[in-house]
Design a protein around this ligand. Structure first.
Ligand SMILES: Nc1ncnc2c1ncn2[C@@H]1O[C@H](COP(=O)(O)OP(=O)(O)OP(=O)(O)O)[C@@H](O)[C@H]1O
Length: 608
């Protein structure tokens, strides 16, 4: 716990340290190095957004900086634009390159994308060297008008010291704000787990494109400021070595840490200059210095930077409920559920069909995971989807949520949802939980739920405040509001499961797809969960639930569909289905017609 005065005091110390070089009259060479540090800090910030925040590895940032530098110079020299218009135009043009990179990233992922972005350096070098009429070739562009402000000092480095620092701070401030917006959260969700993000309504293509646009815009700003400071641009200023240096700034600053990036940029720019006295050994000493910092602070300098930013990164924190005495406690939520149920008329499940699955098939190599499966789920119904291991249950949940493609048709009401993007299906009112819990581990529990929330159209007031309130309400209904500010990765399996449930119900979906919701929960909690599902149904949600515990299925479900080796083998009321010889055979591998459900339950108990 830090005292209230420590953070403001640290900020004052940081600001004083930044002002000191100019106030002490440091010579122009050192001021130049620091000016380059502020400029590199902006370029590295762009890289941090794409790589650290959105998880898209970019190894060609220097090419984007160079593109921005040349574009700024060309706009000023060939089109006679004033510097600010040239800089803005260069940022726009480089952002268009970002849009292209975004399009590429939807097709090429991970390390392959890194290789593609590495090629950017070579493409830039070839064009800059060979298109002499445009770029000046190997000699580059010289005599670019620099940005002098004579009133601020005798040399250009003195004049631009504070203005460059101010631009850098504005860029960092905007990015910190962006980090906690809906788009910033979605980016972090895509980075942590893209499949879960898409299933929770995040359009990953859009989010990645925005990340590349921000990355390119900040790169172009850095490139433009660079030519305005030094007055020239040559291919050798923007090589693959510079790209690697910027990646080093991001890694040293801590992947995902905005403030850390600034510290990383300062260290990587200033350290080699400070070690110049070692002459031929200075690069070796620089390398050793970087390794030493990473050994001492494996999470990067962001640990310091993020502490300085404190609440700015996560936004306001409203008080949340006390942690219950036991680690997990659903009883309050279950009690609320049962009293709400007592107040209601019995649910009408005769309100027509909500989900229609017709002739759905899906194969993985030679394995037929689903084979011409058809069934219906009525509005207000809890439909159990059961079957032995490997029978195709999860594949069916994946097909209904858009995570896998299928042949055949799946319709929600009158809308076809088969083979549609997961975020489109989520927009139709379908939410899910995964068999293996998939929270976004680096984000807080509250952020996890807020990512999935969609503010209704015509909503008055702040969308952000509305999302926070809805997320807290969903967490309360699952009895885990007290975990709101814990990191997703710090929860037990059972807690994660309940948070995932809260994330799924935050929009009050029309259809809830639950893949083994009781897995990882203790006995008492399972019964309470069953009560809560009844409550959700009473609120108008229809539920398709995969469950292995037959007793729970018998208690909770209105109807049951049974799969075996991809085929549908039964469909009907639980008791009737459990007495079906085909089901008994599928579960027990033998024909035992009498007391069948009891035997299946008994066998499960023996296995458990
Ligand atoms: N992505 C995939 N790649 C290859 N095979 C897959 C994939 N997903 C599922 N399968 C195969 O499809 C079959 C059905 O799998 P699925 O996970 O849908 O079954 P399940 O009924 O949910 O099983 P469990 O109860 O064990 O979770 C299995 O043979 C599985 O190995």
């Amino acid at each position: 716990m830090t005292s209230n005065w420590m953070r403001p005091a640290a900020w004052l110390a940081v600001l004083a340290t930044l002002a000191l070089p100019l106030l002490l009259g440091l010579n122009s060479y050192y001021l130049h190095v620091l000016n380059l540090a502020w400029i590199f800090a902006i370029a590295a910030l762009g890289l941090q957004v794409a790589t650290g925040i959105a998880g898209q590895i970019v190894l060609g940032q220097a090419a984007l900086v160079g593109f921005g530098a040349y574009a700024t110079a060309l706009f000023m020299m060939r089109l006679s634009l004033p510097w600010y218009a040239a800089l803005a135009a260069a940022m726009l043009l480089t952002s268009a390159v970002g849009v292209l990179l975004g399009a590429v990233s939807t097709r090429i992922k991970g390390h392959y994308l890194a290789i593609v972005t590495l090629a950017l350096n070579e493409i830039f070098r070839m064009v800059a060297l060979n298109e002499e009429w445009l770029t000046g070739g190997p000699m580059g562009m010289r005599d670019i008008p620099t940005l002098g402000i004579p009133a601020l000092g005798d040399s250009i480095d003195r004049q631009l010291y504070f203005p460059l620092l101010a631009v850098c701070f504005v860029a960092y401030g905007l990015t910190v704000y962006f980090h906690r917006t809906r788009t910033g959260r979605s980016m972090r969700a895509v980075r942590d787990d893209e499949i879960a993000a898409e299933a929770m309504g995040v359009d990953s293509r859009r989010v990645k494109t925005i990340a590349f646009v921000v990355c390119s815009a900040w790169a172009a700003l850095a490139g433009g400021l660079y030519v305005l400071l030094v007055g020239f641009a040559a291919p050798t200023n923007f090589t693959v070595f510079e790209s690697i240096k910027m990646m080093l700034m991001v890694v040293l600053g801590g992947l995902g840490s905005i403030a850390g990036t600034f510290l990383g940029a300062v260290v990587i720019t200033v350290l080699p200059e400070a070690l110049r006295g070692l002459q031929t050994y200075y690069l070796a000493a620089f390398g050793i210095g970087v390794v030493a910092i990473l050994l001492l602070a494996p999470r990067g300098l962001g640990v310091i930077g993020d502490w300085l930013l404190g609440g700015f990164l996560t936004g306001p924190r409203e008080p949340v409920g006390e942690a219950p005495a036991t680690p997990l406690n659903l009883s309050a939520a279950a009690q609320a559920a049962s009293s709400a149920l007592a107040d209601r008329a019995p649910v009408d499940i005769g309100g027509g069909v909500l989900l229609t699955v017709s002739g759905v098939s899906r194969s993985f190599g030679g394995v037929k995971a689903l084979n011409d499966v058809s069934f219906e789920l009525r509005r207000g119904e809890i439909l159990g989807l059961i079957g032995p291991n490997g029978s195709g249950k999860s594949t069916m949940i994946n097909a209904c949520s858009g995570t896998v493609g299928v042949s055949g048709a799946i319709a929600l009401g009158t809308d076809r949802i088969d083979n549609r993007a997961p975020w489109t299906i989520h927009g139709h009112g379908v939410a899910r939980i995964f068999q293996n819990v998939r929270l976004w581990e680096s984000m807080t529990v509250l952020e996890n739920v807020m990512v999935a929330h969609r503010a209704p159209l015509g909503q008055t007031g702040s969308r952000e405040a509305h999302s926070r309130a809805a997320a807290l309400e969903a967490l309360s209904s699952m009895g885990v509001a007290h975990l709101a500010y814990r990191r997703g990765g710090d929860l037990s399996f059972g807690q994660s499961r309940l948070v995932e449930m809260a994330r799924a119900i935050v929009n009050k979906p029309r259809l809830l797809l639950l893949d083994e919701p009781a897995a990882g929960l203790r006995g008492g909690l399972i019964l309470e969960l069953a009560q809560i599902l009844q409550h959700l149904r009473a609120q108008g949600m229809s539920i398709l639930v995969v469950e292995h515990r037959i007793k729970l299925v018998m208690n909770m479900c209105d109807r049951v569909v049974v799969l075996n080796l991809g085929d549908k083998i039964a469909d009907g009321a639980p008791a009737e289905v459990m007495n079906s010889p085909a089901v008994i055979e599928a579960y027990l591998g033998e024909r035992v017609p009498e007391e069948a459900p009891a035997q299946i339950v008994h066998k499960q108990a023996a296995v458990a």
